[in-house]
Design a protein around this ligand. Structure first.
Ligand code: PEP
Ligand code: MN
Length: 261
């Protein structure tokens, strides 16, 4: 990360007011651009799907504390509801991050979410790459959201790796392709945010993939941080603690500095 990186950090899912209050406190002490306050979770099997609308007050609490909230929106209705609820509470220069997750590969939904996001310049939209390997499809997601009138200045492209096929000797949850991510960055001019959490899948791997990613011209990271990962309701194995977040940032900046020398 050669320039001031964009840092998106916080729990996989918002679980309680206590958890988000701790996250707001920890984020405020650090250089965090957006705090994950994630209300809607796509799940492989039925289970905790996030607080949904019940958690909207946590987004407001975050914005009122002067911290920029960020979350996945699965449906255009989510984007509209979140924008209506949160934007009036943003502090001066405050921003709201919405993202479209890896599994949400319906271009009509993608475009409609982007159309709503484009209505307010304080909204930043991030798109995550689809789970299967295809540069064409990934570029297509960016094409769809831009076709809705969203400005490139308000768009981020998230690289979260591709689902492994076959035996997967890497042990990673998803396999990164930094060359593809860099090629898309070059052709589209959209900044690339790397996701070490959903690529790594467990804490040692999160550190390993983040360090490797530092060698590429990424523009930031989105990372899952929980004050008590062992009791997290989702993605327990890959969430790091705030002290671990500090270590990770230190490792990544050292690696980047070393590359620059
Ligand atoms: C997430 O970032 O919360 C998430 C579910 O990741 P992905 O969409 O990349 O699987
Ligand atoms: Mn997660």
């Amino acid at each position: 990360m050669r320039h001031k990186p964009i840092i998106i950090a916080g729990p996989c899912a918002a679980e309680s007011q206590e958890q988000i209050d701790i996250a707001i406190r920890e984020a405020t002490k650090r250089d965090v651009d957006f705090l994950r306050v994630n209300l809607w979770k796509p799940r492989t099997k039925p289970g905790f799907e996030g607080l949904g609308e019940k958690g909207l007050s946590l987004l407001v609490r975050t914005a009122q504390a002067g911290v920029n909230p960020g979350l996945e929106v699965i449906m255009p209705e989510h984007a509209a509801l979140v924008m209506d609820t949160v934007l009036p509470h943003l502090k001066r220069d405050g921003k709201l991050l919405l993202w479209i997750g890896a599994r949400n590969q319906n271009h009509i939904v993608q475009r409609e979410i982007a159309r709503l996001a484009a209505r307010d310049p304080r909204v930043v939209l991030m798109v995550k790459n689809q789970p299967w390997v295809s540069q064409d499809h990934w570029e297509g997601i960016i094409g769809h959201v831009l076709s809705a009138g969203l400005s490139k200045e308000n768009l981020l492209n998230c690289h979260r790796g591709f689902a492994p096929s076959g035996s997967n000797p890497s042990g990673l949850r998803n396999i990164p392709d930094h060359d593809m991510a860099m090629s898309i960055k070059e052709t589209t001019g959209v900044p690339v945010i790397f996701d070490p959490s959903h690529t790594g899948g467990n804490v040692p791997n999160v550190f390993r993939v983040a360090e490797v990613a530092s060698a590429y011209d990424i523009n930031g990271i989105i990372i899952e941080v929980h004050h008590d990962p062992a009791h997290a309701l989702t993605d327990q194995k890959q969430q790091i603690t705030w002290p671990e977040f500090d270590m990770l940032m230190e490792t990544m900046s050292q690696k980047t500095l070393a590359l620059q020398l």
